[in-house]
Write a protein that binds this ligand. Structure first.
Ligand SMILES: [Zn+2]
Ligand SMILES: [Zn+2]
Length: 160
């Protein structure tokens, strides 16, 4: 390589523009993440994890960024601080907001809305206590209305 060519390359770097070949290589290289269900390293675009057979973003056991085990309802990873909610929530996974609201209003004292959102243990408890003497039922209702109520998998209710 002639000397003046080398200088040209260096100038390219200085101006922030990488040589042509390099840019296209970085673009095609796919990012990696860890399967949120089993911690297996998968491509970010993978639809189904080869190790456990579920969508890698659907799990809630591992941080996709650092493979640390996370709590099922964790919002951010305790180790690396990445957000575990939002972009990782698969659309359409959550239960219907209106159905949950109506069940809570009319059959909440039987814990039906809890069964609907897969909180079966709490559902039984509410069934036996008439929705915690209606107080528990009322708290659930407020949470449903202000959008903080989640189903047993940590998915927010979906307003259709
Ligand atoms: Zn997996
Ligand atoms: Zn992490």
């Amino acid at each position: 390589m002639p000397k003046n060519k080398k200088v040209e390359f260096r100038n390219h770097y200085k101006n922030g523009a990488a040589p042509k070949g390099q840019t296209s290589r970085t673009k095609t290289k796919s990012k990696f993440m860890y399967c949120r269900n089993c911690g297996n390293e998968v491509s970010e675009k993978t639809v189904m994890c080869v190790a456990c057979g579920t969508p890698p973003k659907a799990g809630n056991k591992y941080c996709y960024n650092c493979k640390t085990e996370t709590a099922a309802n964790a919002i951010i990873c305790m180790k690396c601080g990445v957000s575990l909610k939002g972009e990782n929530v698969i659309e359409g996974e959550g239960k219907d907001w209106l159905t949950t609201l109506l069940l809570c209003v009319f059959l909440g004292w039987l814990g039906i809305h809890r069964f609907y959102t897969k909180h079966n243990g709490i559902g039984v408890a509410q069934l036996l206590t008439c929705g915690g003497c209606f107080i528990w039922n009322l708290i659930d209702l407020i949470q449903i209305i202000n959008g903080t109520f989640t189903d047993a998998d940590g998915h927010k209710l979906v307003k259709k």
